[in-house]
Design a protein around this ligand. Structure first.
Ligand SMILES: *Cc1c(COP(=O)(O)O)cnc(C)c1O
Length: 364
């Protein structure tokens, strides 16, 4: 069997360090906040190359809290790519604003920078580029449009820990950025977790307040916030895992290169890498007209695959009242029928990759 991802393999390789971190927490019974959370936040700012990191409960909350921090809400519009995890658009709706979808680039699958300006209205307040599948969106173009129209840029980095654009890590380009530490992400906790990063002191302070009941110091509730904190347990695990992130990303990149080398002359479309970027291959997504046949053939060989995502955001039932059709988002519409995510994870072996490719070549 070739799994789609293998977290057990990853965690058993560092089991003694995780055990030590958990034992420390059991001995102190310090489960919320404290030095362990502060320490991880510090380590993550260093890793990303940014001033502030504020841990929170998950990567959906982090987008939502950042929107609240920027006072985006009812009557406002926020541009989001037509292909992402639902969290990106859901967070916009949760604060009372309206997500406005922009089709994706046919080569890189991130927001199509040529279509952004058409979607801007007098109500548009922000753009949320998603560094989808581990690949940076075209930040130069996005930032220049944002500057021209006075829009905030909030980066959704949930799939792209350590990805780079022109040598700089994603998360450092917008006014602020969101990360998820969902277990399956390139850096994952042992449950739900996330964080917000920014170079802006005011945004950092306000986001931290909102995530912890609007408090500035204990029992001093300046505003009504919410409970969205990074659990100490998760922070401890993330601190153990962070030093390995670059190695694990390198293993993903190597695996992707191996897939692409073998499959380059096959009928499937392999992922394109945007020039001057480091794609960290959270997912290795191919396109084929014969997806169902291929997925069935792989399943038959006990090779797990997945689809990210079977329905592009505008076509989900939750947005059905908008009555979007194929012509509104032709690239996303075509993609949702052709994309397939192949197994990729740190530690995937050459033999496993060759086995997947062999089945693909034999099927198509
Ligand atoms: C995972 C993910 C999120 C949300 O993260 P959670 O921690 O699961 O809430 C947001 N955006 C994208 C693109 C994601 O992949």
């Amino acid at each position: 069997m070739i799994p789609f991802a293998d977290l057990t393999l990853l965690h058993t390789s560092i089991q003694d360090k995780i055990d030590a971190a958990l034992t420390q927490i059991i001995q102190t019974s310090n489960f919320i906040g404290g030095e362990i959370v502060t320490q991880f936040e510090k380590e993550f700012t260093k890793y990303i190359g940014i001033e502030h990191c504020i841990g929170c409960a998950n990567g959906t909350d982090s987008i939502e809290i950042l929107l609240q921090t920027l006072e985006i809400g009812k009557g406002d519009e926020v541009l989001v790519p037509a292909i992402s995890w639902i969290a990106t658009s859901e967070a916009v709706s949760s604060v009372g604003a309206t997500p406005v979808f922009v089709d994706v680039d046919p080569n890189y699958y991130t927001i199509d920078v040529l279509k952004i300006e058409d979607a801007i209205t007098s109500k548009t307040k922000a753009i949320i580029p998603v560094h989808l599948y581990g690949q940076a969106a075209d930040m130069d173009a996005i930032l220049s449009i944002a500057t021209k129209h006075a829009l905030y840029v909030i980066e959704d980095c949930a799939q792209a820990h350590g990805a780079k654009y022109k040598g700089k890590k994603v998360g450092t380009f917008g006014i602020c950025a969101s990360f998820s530490f969902f277990p399956g992400k390139n850096l994952g906790a042992f449950g739900d977790a996330g964080c917000m990063v920014t170079n802006n002191d005011t945004i950092a302070e306000k986001a931290r307040m909102i995530a912890n009941h609007g408090q500035k110091g204990k029992h001093n509730h300046i505003i009504e916030g919410r409970n969205s904190r990074l659990d100490t347990l998760h922070a401890a695990i993330l601190s153990v895992k962070l030093p390995y992130l670059d190695t694990w990303n390198a293993q993903r990149i190597e695996a992707a290169a191996k897939y692409s080398k073998i499959l380059t002359n096959s009928p499937i479309q392999i992922p394109h890498i945007l020039p001057n970027t480091t794609h960290v291959f959270h997912l290795y997504v191919i396109q084929t007209q014969q997806r169902t046949a291929l997925q069935n053939a792989l399943t038959q060989q006990q090779i797990q695959t997945a689809i990210h995502y079977p329905t592009a955001l505008p076509f989900l039932p939750c947005y059905s009242e908008k009555n979007y059709s194929e012509k509104d988002f032709p690239i996303a519409f075509a993609m949702q029928q052709k994309i397939l995510s192949l197994p990729i994870f740190p530690g995937i072996s050459d033999a496993q990759i060759e086995e997947v490719c062999k089945t693909i070549v034999a099927t198509l």
